[in-house]
Write a protein that binds this ligand. Structure first.
Ligand SMILES: Cc1cc2nc3c(=O)[nH]c(=O)nc-3n(C[C@H](O)[C@H](O)[C@H](O)COP(=O)(O)OP(=O)(O)OC[C@H]3O[C@@H](n4cnc5c(N)ncnc54)[C@H](O)[C@@H]3O)c2cc1C
Length: 411
């Protein structure tokens, strides 16, 4: 790149930064400058959603509105092709966008992440032309909220054990089975479902990935009650559901590799800026000050532990996001999700130490009993998107090239 090109690019990125910043300033507020400290802001502190069905509808609506506004401002899917609803800009623009976005308060990503960050890149590389045109712009405009239908009662970590069946009738696929732990399924318009299309071959080779319209006949969505009290996960029952041929993702019986790509994207999305770790730390500090514990060596050690883990998460996030190939991250992304759960555990432990019995007995005091939601929700984060043990296996085998663990399963 010569000096003129470089100056031109700098100028363009500067103008783009201004545009992104103006957009966010118009629709929301900056994180910095917001009042923090003991007693400021919402008393809610959790990692899993705790909402009523009406609140879930409102949150889904807020997510749709946000996506629509972002799309209209030309800021949806910065590097995505224009013909499919992307902004058609460069990775440099994307980096600027993410940097500016991080500085603002945004609606939580529960309802947007599966569609825009997990499905979209996979649909772009594996979807039929009709599916790309029909769904990619709609996902980024907030018209299609997406849920992931992978896990089943007997297929979680061992995802190749999926038994939901899809049979081809010459034109369409007929799908029957039960999925569990499907986050956000009650508000989703589109599902992405892993199903068995051949039971005669070794397990991994008999799976196919599809898109499924969640509003059609034959689909029943039932809430699952969490130990935190909320119901943000669902069972999805499918009874002879019709999936048109063009809803296939990838070729027949390549569902396993499509699923692996989606799981890598999920881990990247979960680890990267998904939760406001800095806010949790600020709240812990305020709590320590409020209770006169800030000089306790035990408390300080816990707080430093949180600080170190959250900083590691931030730095690893910055490093790993540059390593993806064609938008699909590598197995090292498992580190991000592991670091996230380690940070959450450290926060949980520090909060439990600080608020003590107030964690289980609600005295009505701000910032005390509220932590119970966080502490009860953290174990779930160690499971969703791949359990800690599975991620450690993945890092050992695929990143460190250690010998594979022995398995009795047919593969
Ligand atoms: C917050 C959250 C959100 C979720 N969202 C979705 C969703 O949207 N869509 C969806 O399809 N699913 C979702 N899930 C389900 C999730 O993917 C599964 O719970 C997860 O894959 C684990 O499967 P399982 O629950 O069947 O546990 P199991 O696989 O039965 O695991 C039980 C225990 O055994 C350990 N274990 C299993 N195999 C091994 C091994 N080979 N080596 C060492 N240890 C092992 C595990 O680490 C775990 O501790 C979600 C789960 C949670 C908690």
């Amino acid at each position: 790149m010569n000096t003129t090109d470089y100056k031109g690019l700098r100028h363009e990125l500067g103008a783009f930064r201004h545009h992104v910043s103006s957009f966010f300033s118009r629709i929301t507020v900056k994180k910095e400058g917001r009042a923090t400290g003991w007693g400021f802001g919402s008393d809610t502190v959790n990692v899993l959603s705790e909402f009523t069905e009406t609140q879930e509808e409102e949150r889904a609506m807020a997510a749709r509105t946000y996506l629509r506004e972002r799309f209209d401002a030309g800021l949806a899917w910065i590097t995505g092709p224009r013909e499919y609803g992307g902004a058609g800009l460069t990775p440099d623009h994307d980096a600027v966008y993410r940097e500016v976005e991080r500085a603002f308060e945004l609606p939580d990503k529960d309802y947007t992440v599966v569609g825009t960050e997990i499905l979209a890149p996979v649909l772009l590389s594996h979807g039929t032309e009709k599916a790309k045109i029909s769904y990619l712009p709609a996902i980024h405009r907030g018209e299609q909220l997406v849920c992931q239908l992978f896990s089943e009662p007997d297929a979680g970590s061992d995802l190749a054990a999926v038994v939901t069946s899809a049979l081809f009738d010459g034109t369409d696929w007929r799908v029957t089975g039960t999925k569990v732990w499907s986050s956000g399924a009650s508000q989703a318009d589109l599902g992405v479902i892993l199903a068995r299309t051949d039971s005669e071959v070794p397990r991994h080779r008999g799976l196919t990935m599809f898109l499924v319209d969640m509003h059609q006949e034959g689909i029943e969505v039932r809430p699952i009650r969490q130990m935190t009290g909320g119901s943000s996960f669902y069972e999805v029952w499918l009874d002879d559901v019709c999936i048109p041929g063009w809803h296939i993702l990838g070729a027949r019986e390549t569902g396993w590799s499509v699923a692996l790509e989606m799981l890598l994207l999920e881990r990247a999305a979960l680890g990267a800026d998904r939760l406001p770790i800095g806010d949790y730390l600020a709240r812990l500090l305020a709590t320590a000050q409020q209770f006169g514990r800030i000089d306790s060596p035990q408390v300080r050690a816990r707080l430093i532990d949180v600080l170190i883990k959250s900083r590691l998460l931030e730095l690893t996030n910055g490093r790993l996001t540059t390593l993806s190939v064609d938008g699909i991250p590598g197995p090292e992304m498992a580190m991000l999700k592991l670091l996230l759960t380690q940070s959450l555990l450290a926060i949980s432990e520090a909060a439990s130490l600080l608020v003590g019995p107030r964690l289980v007995a609600d005295s009505g005091a701000w910032g005390t009993y509220a932590w119970s939601q966080f502490v009860l929700g953290t174990p779930g984060m160690r499971i969703g998107g791949g359990t800690d043990e599975i991620l450690k296996n993945l890092l050992a085998e695929r990143v460190l090239n250690l010998p594979r663990e022995p398995t009795s399963s047919v593969s």
